[in-house]
Write a protein that binds this ligand. Structure first.
Ligand SMILES: C[S@@+](CC[C@H](N)C(=O)[O-])C[C@H]1O[C@@H](n2cnc3c(N)ncnc32)[C@H](O)[C@@H]1O
Length: 220
């Protein structure tokens, strides 16, 4: 899946993944799981409202997003003033109080230098519709890259999806892609402890047995 796929989706406003409220799992479990955390990283963040949930709880949030449309719309729609700076291939937007950073660029090019530039040590990851936005091979690269970059103690709040496509094909169906518990184990086991917290049934077009699942993981 190339970057243009997502750039085009934002241009055409095909952003059915975007929620106009905080995610239910975040509302229900966030206060407990992010209690001792000050700095949260949100990979592939879109213009997610969840960023504001963290902001309202006094956390510093760093998101990374390919689309500059998403970055600008986030600040505009939420009536937040921002400043902008540049570091290598990245445009960095931040609120005037420096509590929300939007890094505009490719997650796979992000490294510690960029996080050092904004002077933030990430303590937790919030991943909703991010891992599952990527096809199988990229998911492996994504997790590897994540833990290469964040090599300190990390809490990881992960929301995934599982479903069975009605029409069976050889190719993976998505995005969002169905990511099984077994794959989560294979992807994360070498880095973290993994705990399944909750699952719930959801509706997904052209699929059955669709569910959304919350995992909480910790790298010590
Ligand atoms: C399914 S959306 C989820 C957005 C957000 N997490 C949410 O809950 O609304 C995936 C997002 O990842 C962004 N994206 C995809 N590949 C990316 C990459 N390599 N680097 C940064 N962002 C990327 C897309 O532009 C899109 O906004």
């Amino acid at each position: 899946m190339d970057k243009n796929f997502w750039i085009e989706r934002w241009k055409k406003k095909e952003i059915g993944f975007h929620l106009n409220d905080y995610h239910d799992f975040l509302k229900k479990h966030g206060e407990i799981y992010f209690k001792d955390v000050s700095n949260v990283f949100i990979p592939l963040c879109g213009k997610s409202k969840d960023i504001l949930w963290f902001y309202h709880f006094g956390k510093t949030v760093v998101g990374i997003e390919l689309s500059d449309i998403a970055c600008r719309e986030f600040f505009l729609e939420n009536h937040l003033q921002y400043n902008k700076s540049e570091y290598k291939n990245f445009q960095i937007y931040h609120t005037l109080d420096k509590k929300i950073y939007f890094i505009n660029g490719d997650f796979f090019e992000l490294n510690k230098d960029v996080l050092n530039f904004i002077n933030i040590t990430i303590q937790a990851v919030y991943d909703r519709a991010s891992l599952i936005a990527l096809p199988f091979d990229l998911r492996k690269q994504y997790v590897k890259h994540m833990f290469r970059m964040l090599n300190n103690k990390i809490k990881y709040f992960l929301i995934t999806m599982e479903f069975e496509p009605i029409e069976k094909t050889q190719k993976e169906v998505g995005p969002p892609f169905s990511v099984t518990e077994n794959e989560i184990k294979n992807l994360f086991e070498g880095y973290c402890t993994i705990k399944k917290i909750e699952e719930r049934s959801i509706e997904r077009k052209n699929a059955i047995n669709s569910k959304e699942i919350l995992y909480f993981m910790e790298k010590i």
